[in-house]
Write a protein that binds this ligand. Structure first.
Ligand SMILES: *[C@@H]1O[C@H](CO)[C@@H](O)[C@H](O)[C@H]1NC(C)=O
Ligand SMILES: *[C@@H]1O[C@H](CO)[C@@H](O)[C@H](O)[C@H]1NC(C)=O
Length: 407
């Protein structure tokens, strides 16, 4: 059961379903009201995940314009002890995870360590609401208001804060690499001309922009369920998918939807070819991380409509209040500057960043300068192979570093 839960929880969709199906359970247990633990520096990602592998690591903090206190980790030196002589790279994880995503496999398979060993100055971002970024100047995670955000805010506040901070600290323009939701927030920001002046390039793994043609039927059903009762879900504020309740939820889901539980990972993220399954239990110690239910509803809106737009309050007056217009303003991917270097890598088996939707994005980018757009399709990869695949070092990270070198 543990394996199924942890893998499933990686995906947007599974949690939508889990939440939808588990409504009664959540009411009964109040698990989602768990108080946040105080994190001492000694517990941090540097201490637990980086220094243990023999690497130097620094903890940093940045405060967003809307008051969230976010943590970053820096690996300024490779395993050899040689100081970075290449530009900074900022790594942005996806939904339900944090910077540990980039450190979880052994050093020669994890992008965070690989970049440091190759002379890059590595910076790892942790978005709001995750364990090591749960601070705020006036709110705390037990407040409703703390969770009043979707990926709009990740794009307009968290991302600029991270990029500006690394740019300030290093005095250099930055390479960006994101996975999954960490690509959507970047694309949204780029389409509005944000942060580009501080970046050299961006590598997008499992790029998410359009989400209309995702190939998983349960995913579509989940999105519908979520939207149908958005008011209720918003009342839950955040989703912390840990523990026995999550396991119970999964069982209920399997029964209700008549799914083969041994195959949940395939059903939701696609058949990941290349993950070492014996590491999954270790992974449970660190992940998954909570997210705002508003964020999940925003994603469900995209799956429903096929649009990439700001969060829809589903109420003309509220939309007017927030946006000065009755419908949420779209993010126009064709506005991404044609000369900005982009590396897009996507998987033939990925059910969240599915090939058809990626092709719609590539069509949006059809006027992009040919030598500023690298496209890498991995036929046998699904969603999680890009960060956990045991051969991602050769298949994805080597070509990515070649791209960084050129830009
Ligand atoms: C970056 O530096 C500028 C200029 O010194 C400063 O105004 C800004 O607050 C800094 N931002 C971050 C996120 O460090
Ligand atoms: C899978 O991971 C385990 C634990 O890290 C390791 O002992 C084993 O060698 C790995 N197997 C492969 C095929 O990489």
């Amino acid at each position: 059961m543990a394996n199924i839960v942890v893998i499933g929880l990686f995906s947007i969709v599974l949690l939508c379903i889990a939440a939808a199906q588990g409504r009664k359970t959540l009411h009964l247990t109040n698990e989602w009201l768990t108080s946040y633990p105080v994190i001492h520096d000694i517990d941090g990602i540097c201490k637990t995940m980086v220094e243990t592998q023999g690497y130097t690591c620094e903890e940093h903090k940045v405060i967003t314009e809307d008051g969230y206190i976010l943590s970053l980790q820096r690996l300024p030196v490779g395993r050899s002890g040689k100081k970075a002589d290449k530009p900074p790279v900022l790594l942005q994880h996806g939904i339900f995870s944090d910077a540990i995503t980039w450190l979880f496999n052994p050093p020669d398979e994890s992008l965070g360590f690989i970049l440091a060993d190759n002379g890059y100055d590595v910076w790892l971002a942790n978005t709001r609401g995750t364990k090591y970024s749960s601070g705020h100047t006036s709110l705390n995670p037990n407040d409703m208001a703390y969770w009043d955000w979707s990926w709009d805010e990740l794009a307009s506040y968290d991302l600029p804060a991270f990029v500006q901070y690394v740019y300030n600290q290093t005095g250099q323009r930055v390479h960006y690499a994101g996975h999954s939701l960490g690509t959507l927030t970047a694309l949204a920001a780029f389409s509005q001309g944000q942060v580009l002046n501080m970046l050299r390039s961006a590598a997008l793994l499992s790029p998410i922009a359009h989400m209309y043609q995702i190939t998983s039927l349960p995913t579509k059903l989940a999105a519908d369920t979520f939207i149908a009762d958005a008011v209720y879900w918003l009342g839950l504020r955040e989703l912390i998918p840990h523990g026995d309740v999550a396991a119970k939820l999964m069982e209920d889901i399997c029964d209700t939807l008549n799914l083969d539980c041994s195959n949940l990972m395939t059903l939701f993220t696609g058949p990941n070819c290349c993950i070492n399954s014996s590491r999954i239990d270790d992974f449970l110690d660190h992940e998954p991380q909570p997210t705002a239910t508003k964020n999940l509803i925003h994603l469900a809106q995209m799956i429903r409509t096929g649009n990439i737009a700001k969060y829809d309050y589903d109420d003309q007056e509220q939309n007017m209040q927030h946006y000065g217009q009755p419908v949420p303003p779209p993010y126009d991917m064709t506005e991404i500057p044609n000369e900005f270097p982009l590396f897009l890598s996507y998987g033939g088996q990925d059910m969240l960043s599915d090939v058809k939707d990626v092709q719609v994005l590539l069509n949006d980018l059809k006027d992009h300068d040919g030598n500023k757009l690298v496209e890498l399709l991995m036929e046998n990869y699904a969603h999680l192979d890009f960060v956990m695949g045991v051969n991602a070092n050769q298949m994805i990270y080597d070509p990515m570093m070649a791209f960084f070198k050129d830009n």
